[in-house]
Design a protein around this ligand. Structure first.
Ligand code: BDP
Length: 599
């Protein structure tokens, strides 16, 4: 799905700002007709949960309503007019006046509606959006809504981060011609010193398509005609981690002598490949250093914020991080655009976090239900997962920064049914994008012996908490467990291994001379222990600390002020471990260090 951009033939109006807001106590009420009641107003983009000093709004389970008046620019007569929501978390219904024009489920991918028949150039209209935050066994992430005797709804889910919701990303009004470019796909290769560019342009009707490649200075370096083809860029400048370079593929629809539509698609020339136990970018071994992140900031919740975007990338650079994972859902497109422009490598993850009922067994003392079954996560969940994956690849396929798809975080990949559930999804990912490796972040219960899907994926990604949830406070035992575990995976599967999560909750200001969990020294010592082990195991090709920053968790989880495994606090101040990471990552610079270098 094309990101809306202003071009010579397309215009774009931001609908961000203050919207009228109301909470809906009805479970399935009729669409709101007329202006919203009450005086509440909410900021867009932002999660609504932390905006108001009202616990009932924060904990509300169900629908909320956003509304604003919008005027269509008077010059848009004769154009197609669209309203586009970058995200409505977790489901959105869009109304123009009283007419329903779009419905979408999935809180982290965009959707739009052609509203041309409902509005007039120069006239105002009322735009209303219902947003539903309910998670069920057919949403991603999944969850369960229970209704108490008094009719109050409660939401539980299988992940620790808070279920922030609302219009968390930008909303746009945009125009485009009736005969227009509907989609652009760019796949690049390297041939000697040239770059190859395989492009496909789809249009809304029969059209003469012309494409031009512009370099970063705007000079034309290749041209072509037709809806698909291969272009060559002589002496191409490659997109490299830490040294990004972007071209534009400008797709045009020509009618006689006139350009009726024009759309620039940025792209980088680079290749990605898994070969043996190496992860290669442009044919060179790449070692991932960085973090799992969250879209999480004070007050805004999961709302996209450009200031935090800029600052977080500054901190990644400061720390010597060359990459991150979009744990545990697709991030705003602005984040990936920024990663493309700044040479940061991204593992792009779906919103499939919590396909694992074993995690509910422990604390309740109850036997866990099987994760994959018709009564739990079955065909319908998988269909939702497949639909979400299609939307993710459609949105992110052209980003040079995205080097791998992560189809799920910590599913019960060791349980019966896991293979039946995941095999078709892994095949679908390869069909949608044959160019990028596929992975799954593997939970600690899944061992190299009992995991049922690791042979299907390209890179073994492991989330491990030795020294924290297992062997808490005992780093010597943790080190032995970790090394044994890593060597077992590496030995059995002979694939590259990335540690996609490791870390320790840490309270800034807590200190000890002992190995005392929660202290700044313990976080630092735990990370150093993991690094020693990584450097001893040749198949390890990356390390993503959990987490970049502290983040908000749900009330139902046993945490103090959220998850404190951040290397930075929620307001982005460094804990002691940050400087140690900086020292290591800046020294190794995207290359696997040897064991001797660690000592
Ligand atoms: C892992 C999850 C991650 C949690 C982390 C933790 O993948 O989302 O935040 O544990 O407990 O299992 O800190």
């Amino acid at each position: 799905m094309l990101k809306p951009r202003p071009t010579a033939t397309r215009e774009l109006v931001s609908l961000d700002g203050i919207w009228r807001f109301a909470v809906d106590d009805e479970a399935e009420a009729a669409p709101w007709s007329g202006p919203l009641p009450g005086t509440l107003e909410a900021a867009v983009p932002a999660s609504y949960n932390d905006l108001f000093a009202d616990q009932a709004i924060r904990d509300h389970v169900g629908r909320v309503w956003y509304q604003r008046d919008v005027r269509v620019p008077r010059g848009w007569a004769g154009e197609r007019i669209f309203v586009r929501l970058d995200a409505a978390t977790h489901a959105g219904s869009v109304y123009i006046g009283d007419a329903l024009v779009a419905e979408h489920t999935g809180g982290h991918t965009p959707f739009e509606a052609d509203i041309t028949g409902h509005v007039e150039a120069g006239e105002a209209f009322r735009l209303t959006v219902a947003v539903d935050n309910r998670l069920t066994d057919t949403t991603l992430p999944p969850g369960t809504v229970t209704v108490a005797q008094d009719g109050c709804r409660a939401q539980t889910y299988l992940h620790d981060f808070y279920n922030y919701a609302g219009l968390t990303r930008s909303v746009w009004l945009h125009s485009a011609p009736a005969l227009r470019i509907a989609d652009v796909t760019v796949v690049t290769g390297v041939d000697g010193t040239a770059g190859t560019v395989d492009y496909t342009v789809t249009t809304t009707g029969d059209a003469d398509v012309v494409v031009r490649v512009l370099d970063a200075a705007g000079a034309e370096v290749a041209t072509g005609a037709g809806p698909a083809g291969r272009l060559r860029i002589a002496d191409a400048t490659l997109w490299r981690p830490g040294a990004p370079y972007l071209y534009d593929l400008v797709a045009e629809v020509h009618d006689g002598g006139t350009v009726v539509d024009s759309y620039p698609q940025p792209f980088g020339v680079r290749t990605v490949e898994v070969r043996g136990t190496e992860f290669l970018i442009n044919g060179e071994p790449f070692y991932f250093t960085g973090f799992g992140k969250h879209e999480d900031t004070p007050v805004r919740g999961r709302g996209h914020d450009d200031a935090y975007l800029v600052h977080d990338f500054q901190l990644l650079d400061w720390a010597g991080a060359n990459s991150f994972r979009t744990s545990h859902y697709p991030y705003a497109e602005e984040v990936l655009d920024f990663a493309d422009r700044h040479g940061i490598v991204v593992i792009d993850e779906t919103a499939a976090v919590g396909l694992n009922l074993a995690v509910t067994g422990g604390l309740t003392g109850q036997g866990a239900q099987p994760t994959f079954s018709p009564e739990t996560f079955g065909e319908q969940t998988r269909a939702a997962h497949a639909a979400h994956l299609r939307e993710l690849v459609a949105r992110d396929k052209n980003h040079a920064s995205v080097v791998m798809w992560c189809l799920a975080n910590e599913p019960a990949s060791h349980e019966p049914g896991a293979r039946e559930y995941f095999e078709p999804l892994i095949s679908l990912a390869r069909e949608l994008d044959p160019t990028r490796p596929v992975t799954i972040a593997t939970v600690i219960f899944a061992t190299s012996e009992n995991d049922r899907i690791a042979d299907l994926i390209d890179v073994v990604c492991l989330n491990r908490y030795y020294g924290w949830y297992v062997a808490t406070g005992d780093l010597a035992a943790a080190e032995a467990y970790l090394e044994q575990d890593l060597r077992a995976w590496a030995g059995k599967f002979a694939k590259p291994v990335i540690m996609t999560e490791y870390g320790a909750d840490t309270l800034p200001g807590a200190h000890s001379i002992w190995d005392a969990p929660w202290t700044e020294e313990y976080q630092q010592a735990l990370l150093a222990m993991y690094h020693r082990v990584f450097d001893r195991v040749p198949e390890v090709v990356g390390e993503h600390v959990w987490n970049f920053a502290d983040f908000q968790t749900s009330n139902g989880i046993h945490r103090v002020e959220g998850n404190r495994k951040g290397v930075f606090t929620r307001d982005r101040r460094p804990k002691a471990a940050a400087r140690a990471l900086r020292e290591r990552w800046r020294r190794i610079g995207g290359r696997k260090p040897t064991s001797e270098e660690t000592q």
